[in-house]
Design a protein around this ligand. Structure first.
Ligand code: FES
Length: 79
């Protein structure tokens, strides 16, 4: 499986003690790339649970909703 995710951040997000979940005592960092609270996990990774191993997916937020499409390939062009 592969996943294409669009991000618009252009720099790092520095974490400090205020980022620690007071109930769990930890920080869950998103590794799927889909969290609306990036870099923190917000549970959106659950939407990847049915991804097929041999399929590439493109995710994008449209009108506030996370949309998923299967893609055959990625084509890069020079501007
Ligand atoms: S790992 Fe990305 S939302 Fe949880």
């Amino acid at each position: 499986m592969g996943r294409l995710v669009e991000h618009d951040a252009t720099g790092p997000r520095k974490l400090d003690e205020s980022d620690i979940d007071p109930e769990k005592g930890d920080i869950a960092v998103c590794q799927c790339g889909l969290s609306a609270e990036y870099p923190f996990c917000d549970g959106t990774h659950r939407q990847t649970s049915d991804e097929e191993d041999d399929t590439c997916y493109r995710y994008a937020r449209e009108d506030g909703q996370l949309q998923r499409r299967e893609v055959d390939h990625v084509e890069y062009t020079d501007d």
